[in-house]
Design a protein around this ligand. Structure first.
Ligand SMILES: Cc1ncc(COP(=O)(O)O)c(C=O)c1O
Length: 410
């Protein structure tokens, strides 16, 4: 059943008349609201790192920088982006399952805060490149499985981190050669059960306390996060007040130990940025084929990427600008020439007309960077931001289709 979404607090047709479609509109209000909310949920004495992979747009990074967040990067490219935007290197942690030579060299050159190391080889690569005393945290893949996250990255067999039973032997092998002074865990993304995030945090604190004497000095604990965002009607949403009180209680009960740890981090990408952006598209065609209705939009797989493949199976966050009395089952597709360009499988949808506007919500995370913009000779949409006064600024011009085979080709 189609459920209308909350209306954004800016005038979409007016903005579209200036910038056309497809268009991504960022709400600075919404981004600030999420930053304030998540900062207030993590316990006093801990800090929030933004995962740049969710959305590396300069506009987003600058806002988070001014809000005082740190940053978690997973490649030389992300690190370069932060340095270019004058983020203080002391607020940057370099992660990623196996770091490239370029990423390590850039981390060293810029003197970033620390490295989240995911394997012995990853550690050796850093050690070979550096003879400086660096801050190294080891990423643990715990034995216990936390099955409630939709995207699992720990407690299962995976390419991420170091299995719990291999971690202490690794510390013993290298602790006199390199400064291993932290632990990191990222069990997964899209947790909707606050208790699971609390349990993950508790696990890392207890593991660290039990094994603290294995370290020359333990300075860093990075608890990860996985703060879930609602993307479809059947997802429950994370109870932030339950999360806050659970984390506060946990930190209070472990105060004495945690006071000895200089840096206590939580990480988040999607919770901070996803809801801040909507993609505005236009209806290009409405047609019927073998008993089914199709609504073709001027956006699709080329702008929604992997996220869109997910949405096909969900009751997605799609709405309209106008209100409609009549609804009927329809399939929403993009305009690119592939059968996988389905935005929403058959679902009750307003009876829109050609040229009407359709909004796809929650595109502020893992959308632009996971999209095959150049597919079929298309390019990326224009992007604008709207501030609290309703002022609209262009933050990225629409791509140039003459370069849509990708820059750099001869
Ligand atoms: C190590 C690490 N930290 C943080 C994140 C951000 O996750 P989310 O955007 O779900 O908050 C990810 C996502 O893959 C990750 O791999």
């Amino acid at each position: 059943m189609y459920k209308p979404q909350a209306k954004p607090d800016f005038n979409i047709p007016e903005i579209v008349s200036q910038f056309s479609t497809p268009l991504i509109i960022y709400s600075i209000n919404e981004l600030n609201r999420k930053i304030t909310e998540l900062k207030s949920v993590i316990p006093a004495g801990s800090q929030l790192l933004y995962s740049v992979k969710a959305n590396p747009m300069p506009f987003v990074i600058n806002l988070l920088k001014h809000a005082g967040l740190g940053f978690e990067v997973a490649s030389a490219g992300e690190l370069h982006q932060l340095i270019k935007l004058k983020v203080c290197p002391e607020r940057i942690v370099l992660g990623g399952p196996i770091k490239s030579k370029e990423a390590i060299a850039s981390g060293l050159q810029n003197n970033i805060l620390s490295y989240n190391v995911e394997s012995e080889q990853d550690l050796l690569n850093i050690m070979r490149a550096a003879n400086l005393p660096l801050n190294i945290s080891l990423r643990i893949n715990p034995d216990f499985s936390n099955r409630s996250s939709e995207i699992k990255m720990g407690g299962i067999s995976s390419q991420f981190g170091i299995d719990e039973n291999q971690l202490i032997p690794l510390i013993r092998k290298y602790r006199n050669v390199v400064n291993i002074n932290g632990l990191f865990m990222f069990a997964g993304s899209q947790f909707f059960d606050a208790q699971k995030i609390i349990q993950n945090t508790s696990f890392l604190i207890e593991f660290a306390e039990k094994h603290k004497d294995e370290f020359n000095q333990l300075d860093f604990l990075d608890f990860g996060g996985g703060f879930g965002i609602v993307e479809s009607a059947n997802q429950p949403g994370l109870n932030m007040s339950m999360l806050k009180s659970g984390l506060d209680d946990l930190f209070e009960s472990k105060e004495q130990f945690l006071d000895t740890i200089k840096y206590k981090f939580f990480e988040s990408g999607r919770y901070l940025t996803a809801s801040s952006a909507i993609l505005v598209s236009r209806v290009l065609d409405i047609k019927y084929s073998k008993g089914k209705k199709y609504i073709l939009l001027d956006t699709g797989i080329n702008h929604l990427g992997i996220r869109q493949l997910d949405l096909r199976t969900r009751e997605s966050f799609i709405s309209t600008v106008k209100e409609y009395h009549e609804h009927s089952p329809a399939i929403l597709t993009g305009a690119t020439c592939t059968p996988i360009d389905v935005i929403q499988s058959e679902n009750d949808f307003p009876d829109v007309a050609i040229d009407d506007l359709v909004l796809i919500h929650n595109v502020g995370a893992y959308t632009a960077t996971l999209s095959p913009y150049n597919f079929c000779g298309y390019t990326y949409p224009a992007e604008v931001s709207v501030n609290a006064r309703g002022d609209v600024s262009l933050i990225r011009e629409r791509g140039d289709i003459k370069k849509s085979s990708g820059p750099g080709y001869k």
